[in-house]
Design a protein around this ligand. Structure first.
Ligand SMILES: [Fe+2]
Length: 153
């Protein structure tokens, strides 16, 4: 195999492997998103309420950070429990496959791709994020906290 052919194989494999992460990331991100919508929003309660209070100081501070993350990201903002750090973080994603962090479990997934809001809100992403927060189902998030055995103390 000459160098050009080797480079083509490398590029083909690379493209396929990246597409794989985009496709799987897209499935997982949207499963979280749709599963935890349909609730009454409001302040988080139960176990997730305690974790947010502990790690962000207040629900308001968590919301402010998630809003800022959602406005900044091109694709996603997540609240995830980082198993190494033992706490929640809000992370930002530009695409389905950027930028998940190893050994962190997403518990809130805010889709900020234009397709998520343009039909209803046009360019007003901030209004869409408020609607997202009003429709979060905290009981679903609390179910995940329990199912993943996120430590709460
Ligand atoms: Fe989406």
């Amino acid at each position: 195999m000459d160098l050009a052919a080797a480079n083509q194989v490398y590029s083909d494999v690379r493209a396929l492997k990246i597409d794989l992460t985009f496709a799987i990331g897209g499935i997982k991100n949207h499963e979280i998103y749709f599963d935890h919508l349909g609730g009454e929003g409001g302040d988080p309660d139960g176990a997730i309420g305690g974790l947010i209070e502990r790690d962000f100081d207040s629900a308001d501070a968590w919301r402010a950070d998630l809003r800022a993350s959602g406005m900044a990201g091109r694709g996603w903002a997540w609240t995830a429990y980082d198993w190494d750090e033992g706490r929640l973080f809000n992370y930002v994603g530009d695409a389905q496959n950027t930028f998940p962090v190893w050994n962190a479990t997403p518990l809130v997934a805010l889709d900020v791709y234009e397709h998520a809001y343009f039909l209803d809100y046009q360019t007003d992403r901030a209004a869409y994020i408020e609607a997202f927060l009003r429709n979060l189902d905290w009981s679903v998030v609390n179910h995940w906290v329990g199912a993943y055995r996120v430590p709460i103390e």
